[in-house]
Ligand binder design. Structure first.
Ligand SMILES: [Mg+2]
Length: 228
């Protein structure tokens, strides 16, 4: 019997476009003002000095705040994965959620399904490559209200990559269940394959734009409502 329902976010509970069309453009738009306003805050100051350090190592120049901002915007343009850029984007998103500039997207079939799961005495977990902090923001400030009281577990890549079998074994161990008592939902076949290899039950979400695979697929969670 399934005791834990484990959800991927992007492409499963949430429109894959939310991150690309809302979160990333928001961080880019707000970067300059945010850095200038908050440069003395410890977390921001630390990230800025790390960027300065990278610039010095790579280009041999000591950048001022303007130079750092220009570099950050350039890194966004070229999609460079730099820890300090990620950190600053996270801080900007937190302030955006708190200011109500946008809400976390979840599909409308998600909350009724969550309610049904809890009603049946089962638990809900999230496993996403975004940080646990970012996951809590999406569900805490969502278009469906605060869904965090419904969620028992959050996992990010600290338990391992989503395409690795061991990650799902780690999750089963952490929640103290056998893999067969967990059902994992994701849009990505490679993630489902890894979870299945670890012994979990799996179902693919086929939200608009997704292509089906060898795994059982559903277009939304309404199908499962009658099965629970
Ligand atoms: Mg996904």
């Amino acid at each position: 019997m399934i005791k834990l329902f484990l959800f991927d976010i992007e492409g499963t509970t949430t429109d894959i476009k939310f991150v690309h069309d809302v979160l990333f453009p928001y961080a880019e738009k707000c970067m300059e003002e945010f850095v200038i306003k908050n440069q003395d805050q410890p977390e921001v100051a630390k990230a800025l000095s790390e960027v300065q350090q990278t610039i010095e190592e790579e280009e041999g120049i000591k950048a001022n705040v303007d130079g750092v901002i220009k570099k950050l915007l350039h890194w966004i343009d070229i999609d460079r994965k730099h820890g300090s850029l990620k950190e600053l984007q996270g801080l900007i998103w937190t302030s955006g959620y708190l200011k109500n500039d946008f809400k976390g997207h979840v599909y409308e079939d998600v909350k009724p399904f969550f309610l049904r799961i809890l009603d049946r005495g089962c638990k809900i977990g999230i496993y996403s490559s975004g940080s646990v902090h970012a996951q809590k923001l999406i569900f805490g400030y969502s278009v469906e209200g605060d869904l965090t009281p419904m969620i028992s577990y959050y996992f990010d890549t600290k338990v391992g990559g989503k395409k690795e079998k061991a990650s799902y074994q780690n999750i089963a161990q952490e929640v103290n269940l056998s893999p067969a008592e967990i059902l994992f939902f994701s849009d990505i076949p490679e993630e489902l394959a890894a979870a299945r290899d670890a012994g979990l039950n799996v179902t693919q979400l086929l939200r608009p734009g997704a292509t089906s695979s060898q795994f059982e697929g559903i277009t939304d969670f309404r199908v499962y409502m009658s099965l629970l």
